[in-house]
Design a binder for this molecule. Structure first.
Ligand SMILES: C[C@@]1(CC(=O)O)c2cc3[nH]c(cc4nc(cc5[nH]c(cc(n2)[C@H]1CCC(=O)O)[C@@](C)(CC(=O)O)[C@@H]5CCC(=O)O)C(CC(=O)O)=C4CCC(=O)O)c(CCC(=O)O)c3CC(=O)O
Ligand SMILES: NC(=O)C1=CN([C@@H]2O[C@H](COP(=O)(O)OP(=O)(O)OC[C@H]3O[C@@H](n4cnc5c(N)ncnc54)[C@H](O)[C@@H]3O)[C@@H](O)[C@H]2O)C=CC1
Length: 227
């Protein structure tokens, strides 16, 4: 997390010599954070603010949007709307903030204040002021895949996400749910963690091949198979 509110750290000279990447920005570490019921601030009421607000809401965040003007779509969002310019006091208690105003004064103010308050910040038109980026997201039941190009090409990130979507088998959601249940069931099995892991790998491969969850007979057959 870039808490300085300033430029991203460049690769140290010795590291670029080792990797051969001259002055390239270090990739951001991907993490999955809990946003359910956590207060998040979005500044701005345009198309980009709407996309960011919807993304946060879809992960259960409590979203407050501060903007001078809102697109009509905002009226239907389960979010608190504040109709005025964004203020530093709007950050109070926030777990995360997004500046989608396109207003450089707002971006600088939020960047300075978020650094001071240690709040992760995304400024949609200033990657250099961001301490986190929004990835292109793919969701299938319990699976969440996130793709980032480190700000190089959002279009390419979305394209990669769409290709990933194409290789997932049909009924992947049901397969994952069955895998969750099988993990619990495998815990009671004798033979140690290696055997349990092999068992789960066999079941997963068979379900992917079948493009659907396994029947109880298919499971029992795999369960009793010798490695
Ligand atoms: C750095 C980052 C910061 C951030 O926003 O988090 C950022 C920055 C900028 N985006 C710009 C442009 C566009 N962004 C999109 C779309 C998306 N942008 C997203 C993320 C990110 N965008 C972060 C890096 C992601 C990564 O690491 O790869 C996605 C993935 C996720 C999301 O937004 O939720 C979402 C796809 C969602 C989906 O399809 O699911 C489109 C396409 C469209 O609108 O259809 C365009 C126009 C085409 C183009 O430029 O490619 C501009 C120039 C603005 C201008 O020209 O003025 C900047 C500013 C700059 O680069 O300087
Ligand atoms: N990161 C990304 O994914 C993308 C970023 N962009 C950039 O995002 C920015 C916003 O794009 P749009 O939503 O299309 O712009 P827009 O101009 O439609 O919306 C800006 C919104 O911010 C509000 N606003 C402006 N100053 C404000 C302030 N000080 N306080 C509170 N609200 C304020 C306006 O009332 C308006 O609702 C642009 O700078 C654009 O270049 C564009 C495409 C994608």
């Amino acid at each position: 997390m870039n808490q300085t509110g300033g430029k991203q750290t460049l690769l140290p000279a010795f590291f670029s010599r080792v990797t051969g990447v001259e002055g390239e920005r270090m990739a951001y570490f991907p993490i999955f954070i809990e946003l359910r019921d956590r207060p998040c601030l979005v500044a701005g009421g345009g198309k980009v603010a709407l996309r960011k607000a919807r993304a946060l809401l879809s992960f259960g965040a409590r979203v407050t949007v501060a903007a001078r003007a809102f697109l009509p779509e905002f009226e239907c969002l389960p979010a608190v709307l504040i109709r005025r310019g964004v203020l530093s006091s709007d950050l109070r208690g926030m777990a995360l903030a997004v500046d989608a105003t396109g207003d450089s004064a707002a971006g600088k103010m939020l960047s300075r204040e978020c650094a001071r308050r240690k709040i992760p910040l995304n400024v949609v038109d200033r990657p250099d002021l961001c301490s986190f980026f929004f990835p292109a997201v793919l969701r299938r039941g319990p699976l969440t895949a996130a793709v980032s190009t480190g700000g190089t090409s959002p279009t390419a990130a979305a394209w990669t996400r769409d290709r990933l979507d194409e290789v997932l088998p049909a009924r992947f959601e049901e397969i994952l749910e069955q895998m969750g249940r099988l993990r619990a069931r495998a815990r009671g099995e004798p033979g140690g963690p290696d055997r349990r892991a092999a068992l789960l790998r066999r079941c997963f491969a068979a379900a992917v091949e079948k493009e659907g969850p396994l029947s109880e007979e298919e499971l029992l057959r795999l369960w009793e198979e010798k490695e």
